[in-house]
Design a protein around this ligand. Structure first.
Ligand SMILES: Nc1nc2c(ncn2[C@@H]2O[C@H](COP(=O)(O)OP(=O)(O)O)[C@@H](O)[C@H]2O)c(=O)[nH]1
Ligand SMILES: [Mg+2]
Length: 294
């Protein structure tokens, strides 16, 4: 995982033997630009790293005499891209509203439905009662897919017929959850092509009608650069406060995780690391730092 990026950073550390100059940093980034791009790191993120290191060198806070110091500097630079966050059960426990409402957003195939089931599984293990809501009434098989997950992990699914209005359905699910003592709603929405304005409007309506407490963007690590467009579109409408990156097990580059955090300034809460229900890990900035520099 992240082999290419890891190599770039380790090359940087080993290239520095004495005091480092602004020029050294410039040259290094010139030389490694293609490698960064091949690892899916966007130009803006590369520029951020470069400027940050140049500033450190200029301010002479950093004299580059010890590799360990350089490593610490890189660790700090990487860490600053990310926001720390608690897990969903922790956020849930601090909130007083019941049922707590979460909405999962993202384009087709990124792993929304799978992630909803993983999160439900996790909550259930902690004795929190989730209700999964099949608000993707659009895509053939979407309802059955969620129902099937529900029967495997023994979590109830609220569903209606295909074509049902997702906002009205979610509102009914909310009332059903309230009447039946569910703690948290996990609303699985239809996949959106980010350019489709009417579908984004429909999502905005859903979020508002159900009074969502927390919208979560699902980004597929395999989509590389395109994740930036997807995320910034959903961020402008209907908006979200956390992300989950899926298929990290299948992706070796890692740049998309840096890009996502950099452009959205929103915390990444979990990473999806496989197709099993417990393939969900809490994301922390130090997790990335360890993989890139460890
Ligand atoms: N390897 C891997 N596959 C995943 C992960 N999350 C989801 N998938 C797979 O991605 C495909 C699409 O997932 P789905 O939940 O249907 O996406 P949706 O269209 O956004 O609801 C399915 O085959 C999932 O099994 C993950 O973390 N790792
Ligand atoms: Mg789905």
């Amino acid at each position: 995982m992240f082999d290419k990026l890891k190599k770039i950073f380790s090359d940087f550390i080993s290239s520095v033997t004495g005091k480092i100059s602004e020029n050294d940093v410039e040259n290094f980034f010139k030389e490694k630009e293609i490698d960064f791009i091949e690892a899916d790191v966007s130009i803006d993120v590369i520029e951020y790293f470069k400027q940050k290191l140049i500033n450190e060198v200029k301010n002479t806070k950093f004299n580059g005499t010890k590799n360990e110091t350089l490593k610490e500097l890189l660790a700090r630079t990487i860490t600053e891209i990310f926001q720390e966050t608690e897990t969903l059960p922790e956020i849930f426990s601090k909130a007083s509203k019941r049922p707590f409402v979460t909405v999962f957003l993202g384009i087709n195939g990124t792993g929304k439905t799978t992630t909803v089931a993983k999160v439900a599984y996790l909550l259930k293990k902690l004795k929190i009662r989730p209700l999964m809501v099949a608000a993707d009434t659009y895509r053939t098989g979407a309802i059955e897919q969620l129902v099937e997950h529900g029967s495997k992990i023994r979590v109830e699914v609220y569903s209606k017929k295909y074509g049902a209005d997702p906002a009205a359905l979610s509102r009914e699910a909310y009332e059903y959850a309230q009447a039946n003592g569910y703690d948290i709603l996990l609303i699985d929405t239809a996949g959106r092509m980010q350019t489709n304005e009417s579908l984004l409007n429909e999502l905005a309506k859903l979020v508002s009608v159900v009074r969502s407490d927390l919208n979560i963007f699902i980004g597929d690590a395999l989509t590389g650069y395109d994740m930036i467009n997807q995320a910034t579109t959903f961020l402008s409408k209907p908006g979200f406060s956390y992300s989950i990156v899926t298929k990290v097990d299948a992706e070796v580059k890692g740049g998309s995780i840096l890009n996502l955090a950099f452009y959205t300034k929103k915390p990444i809460m979990y990473l999806g690391t496989g197709q099993n229900y417990d393939d969900l890990i809490h994301f922390t900035p130090s997790w990335v730092v360890e993989r890139l520099l460890g």
